[in-house]
Design a protein around this ligand. Structure first.
Ligand code: NAD
Length: 343
């Protein structure tokens, strides 16, 4: 078997809008370094609706079930038509309980230098599993809007343990648990309570502290360097991880992974960017960094390091940047420069 052998089956979903453009770029770069993936290309999002009137076709689900591994482009959420959220369906179908988002400075000279922390967001529960309804008041049938979220002890334990195990495996020093247990005493109190029990099991190996979410938001802006690994509930994680991406260059630089016991799905944090789709302007780096996380997930740290090094050289020394990063390179210019750097 040669170093370039493709031996790991993986599902490839190009996605909508800028998805196919940035996915082409990423696959070219993965091929350049001899990544081990054998792609099974599948549809989802509007591409799925157009082909088979389903934003998450059965065939795509079957493929991920077979491969347990997917690289997914951004999907446009169909408006109306009674379609269920694709991301929520995928998370539930494959039990993708952990959303992992690394935040690392790659481009120097921004507002912040040397940022390097990882955020874990609980992906299945909280307010995002909400049962919502209206309660009539007088003759207003929608007088009160009601939403009930939940957090289970088992899921709180699983996500916090996942963050601690990541910290141990990656030589991180501290896990910070973010909650709002002073006000949402039960809903996020159980997360803090379970988190403290998990922290005891890692005592002497990993430090543990906690923050109230509003204070954490402020501290992420005033002193983000104090954070190493953050673990939090679904809604807080959604908001704080976008804030975190803003510290290191915005959505074009933010990769993410959804990890479960049955599968792992890697993607950029950004959406399908309809305003620039088809113009060749999209930044492929967030999706490429998601592919780097996928390489780490399958044990190819060597290739991950090579691509990370190539990205750094291309956009810092080479100064090749797309418009969102203040440059004038097209997706194709950046891809070509990266390939040259990696060849
Ligand atoms: P968006 O992330 O698509 O775009 C927000 C802004 O960021 C736009 O100005 C866009 O041009 C810019 N941008 C995003 N990615 C970029 C990139 N790689 N390079 C350069 N610029 C980039 O958010 P939106 O406009 O709110 O959403 C568009 C669609 O995407 C919606 O249908 C939304 O539901 C969907 N969405 C999907 C996902 C996902 O599949 N994971 C995530 C977020 C939004």
């Amino acid at each position: 078997m040669t170093k370039d052998s493709k031996t790991i089956p993986a599902t490839l979903i190009p996605g909508d809008g800028i998805g196919p453009e940035i996915m082409d770029s990423v696959v070219e770069i993965l091929d350049t370094v001899g990544a081990p993936f054998v792609w099974d290309k599948q549809l989802a999002g509007m591409a799925g609706v157009d082909a088979v009137n389903d934003p998450l076709p059965k065939q795509t689900i079957e493929s991920i079930r077979r491969t347990s591994l997917a690289l997914k482009g951004p999907l446009t959420t169909p408006v109306g038509g009674g379609f269920k959220s694709i991301n929520v369906t995928m998370r539930q179908e494959f039990g993708l309980f952990a959303n992992m988002r690394p935040t690392k400075t790659i481009i120097p000279g921004g507002r912040y230098e040397d940022i390097d922390f990882v955020m874990f967001r609980e992906n299945l529960e909280g307010y995002y599993a909400a049962m919502e309804h209206y309660v009539p008041v007088g003759d207003d049938p929608k007088g009160i809007a009601l939403s009930t979220g939940y957090n289970s002890r088992a899921e709180c334990r699983r996500i916090v343990k996942f963050a601690f195990d990541y910290a141990v495996a990656n030589n991180r020093k501290t896990v910070t648990l973010v909650h709002k247990a002073n006000i949402l005493k039960l809903l996020t109190g159980i997360f803090l309570e379970e988190g403290r029990k998990v922290a005891e099991e890692y005592k002497g190996r990993i430090e543990f502290n906690d923050r109230i979410v509003d204070a954490c938001a402020m501290q992420l802006v005033t002193n983000p360097w104090q954070f190493d690994v953050i673990v939090t509930t679904n809604l807080f994680g959604d908001i704080l991880s976008d804030l975190a991406s803003g510290l290191v260059g915005g959505l074009g630089m933010a990769p993410g992974a959804n990890i479960g016991e049955k599968a792992a799905v890697f993607e950029a944090v950004h959406g399908s960017a309809p305003d620039i789709a088809g113009k060749g302007l999209a930044n492929p780096l967030a999706l490429l960094m998601a592919a780097v996380m996928m390489l780490q997930h399958v044990g190819r740290q060597d290739l991950a390091d090579r691509i990370n090094h190539g990205i750094k050289k291309t956009i810092t020394e080479g100064g090749i940047r797309t418009k969102d990063l203040g440059g004038n390179a097209t997706t194709k210019d950046l891809t070509a420069a990266l390939k040259q750097q990696l060849s």
